[in-house]
Design a protein around this ligand. Structure first.
Ligand SMILES: [Cu+2]
Length: 329
């Protein structure tokens, strides 16, 4: 087994060994029973007619109830580990990941960028918000027992907390073209002070939120999205304080303003119109890269400091649950 280097690793391994133990137990039991019965009940004479069997209520009850309880224990335990892994914590360090044939691009909350390397502090929850410029990839760190598909056109999230300093393999776990097998990298787990030193070695960078703020100016978003929204004469809704909050739409529906909603509103603004506003915003499809989109979203998030990241958690878990590709590969 790979090293156990995250808080979830032991839980995943314990479940795996429980499952393996049950499988081995029944494999041995069934094979032994087959061999025993083949020998014991073999036909001894050509004209032999076996004694009829009329069934056994007791036996049938036992072999229904026991496997049911075993299956339910797997379900309950599995669900527990699943929710521990796919409920994204709020108090985490935000790192943005963009996959691309065939590399991983990361950006830290303080602005540092890395390619195929990810420096993280140990003992701190790390939340990755991920997307891709081209095809589906999958972000996989075996030593942490975490894996999440990275899907074009939307964000997926994953979290982990590393427990040991060191260097760990990062793989793409979704076949993504010719150099898929080379789409690898290294996660470098550092002691918190070392991580701070590493961060401060590169202070000239703007944070994603600051870069997003600049973009917000240069793209002209400020001309319509005024503080105060319509009441202040703005043609678009106010963006401060909306992240993670429900938004009332034209037609009575409500959506939560999470990363995927903001993304859609930038790329396909007429998909969901906020109640009281008209569909006059142009699309920014093709004008902003995936990294710039993440920066714009980081900026809008920074205008709602209290909201954390509760918004995407449930949607993300549902998405992961509905797509077996999410974890099985
Ligand atoms: Cu890939």
């Amino acid at each position: 087994m790979p090293e156990q280097a995250s808080t979830i690793a032991q839980q995943v391994d314990a479940l795996f060994y429980y499952w393996l133990g049950i499988t081995l137990f029944f494999t041995v039991l069934i094979v032994a029973a087959i061999i025993l019965f083949v020998v014991k009940y073999r036909r001894r004479a050509p004209g032999e007619i076996p004694r009829p069997i009329f069934g056994s209520m007791k036996l049938e009850t036992i072999w229904i109830v026991i496997p049911f309880l075993i299956a339910m224990s797997l379900f309950v335990w599995g669900a527990k580990v699943y929710f521990a892994q796919y409920r994204i914590p709020k108090d985490a360090l935000d790192i943005y990941v963009v996959g691309k044939q065939w590399m991983w691009k990361m950006q830290h909350p303080t602005g540092q960028r890395e390619i195929n390397e990810l420096h993280v502090p140990m003992g701190r929850k790390i939340r990755l918000t991920m997307t891709t410029e081209d095809v589906i990839h999958s972000f996989y760190i075996p030593d942490f027992r975490v894996k999440m598909d990275v899907v074009p056109g939307r964000y997926t999230q994953m979290w982990f907390e590393a427990t040991k300093p060191g260097r760990y393999h990062l793989f793409c776990a979704e076949y993504c073209g010719m150099n898929h097998s080379r789409m690898t990298g290294t996660v470098i787990v550092m002691r918190p002070d070392e991580y701070q030193a590493w961060l401060s070695g590169n202070t000239s960078q703007l944070s994603p939120a600051q870069q997003g703020e600049q973009l917000f100016q240069t793209l002209g978003c400020t001309t319509c999205h005024l503080n105060g929204g319509r009441d202040a004469g703005g043609r678009g809704p106010q963006l401060a304080g909306i992240f993670g909050k429900p938004v009332q739409l034209e037609g009575g529906q409500t959506v939560v303003a999470d990363e995927n909603y903001l993304r859609e509103s930038i790329l396909n603004p007429s998909a969901k119109i906020v109640a009281g506003y008209s569909a006059i915003m142009p699309t920014y499809q093709g004008q902003v890269s995936e990294e710039q989109l993440l920066q714009l979203i980081a900026y809008i998030k920074s205008l709602s400091p209290q909201s954390g990241n509760a918004a995407m958690t449930s949607a993300n878990a549902a998405q992961a649950a509905s797509s077996p590709n999410g974890q099985r590969r």
